[in-house]
Design a protein around this ligand. Sequence first.
Ligand code: PGA
Length: 297
Amino acid sequence: MEGVKKLFFGGNWKAAVRPSQAAGFFAKFAAGLRGHVYDLEMAGARVVVAPPSACLSIARQALVNEGLEGVVGLAVQDPWIAEGAYTGATTFEMAQDPLVGAQYALIGHSETREPHRIYRSVAVLDETRLVEIGGLTGKSPRPFRIAIDAVVNRMTRKALELGMIPIVCVGETLEEREAGKTRQIIEHQMSGALAGFTPEQIGKMVIAYEPVWAIGTGRTATPEQAQEVHEQIAAILMEHSHTAENVVPVIYGGSMKPDNVAELVTQRDIHGGLIGGASLKPEVFLELILKGVRAFS
Ligand code: PGA
């Protein structure tokens, strides 16, 4: 059954925002967004922000204060699967607690998939620290839980069990693209993520295609490059669930900006974006969303 394409814009703040900045963001964002709520509704566009976990309750409170609770959703980034003795973790349950109120969970982002998390983490440690921790070079022991496909699948199941909406990220590295392996990687990551789910469960997901080489690099995939992979993802979704077309938003992520959003969202199988850098400033994020909505309607 073919539905009408609906738009979805997610802001992924990663670890770039502090609680006091989050409150300021929402005050400005709300002021700009308020006059456009009707346009968003007409376009069936959903807006979600994924703040760092320390900012989630502040973000929720700010949305309540601004009367935007039902307009802007909240996502937790990379939550942990179980409650208990896991130092440092933020669980799905914490994020979903009424005082926090996240309805979405960002799962399988490349910064949490091997090996990027290790490399990036190593890059921020200084030499002394590297020696102290015993030659951690990116090849040796895994200091973190790694969001491999099986973990992504388990996290997705957990989100659905709790009634949260999983935003599942997939995407190839530059090396994989240059080796002609993009299709294979996407097939692998998608079938890993979707394994064992019913069409009804798949119908509740959001998929983000994020080519790793385009994330935070300013190097956006061309609309044709992105569309090619989105078309593949749409086909995989259809194989797993014949009701998935246009019900599951498949959004693009990787240096999406106000300048390139229109050419991306007007591609047949692109339903919006997962936006990092350009979601950090309220006026830029709003401009991007509105340009996306206008291009599409
Ligand atoms: P970017 O990040 O927009 O800064 O490239 C996107 C993401 O990683 O989700």
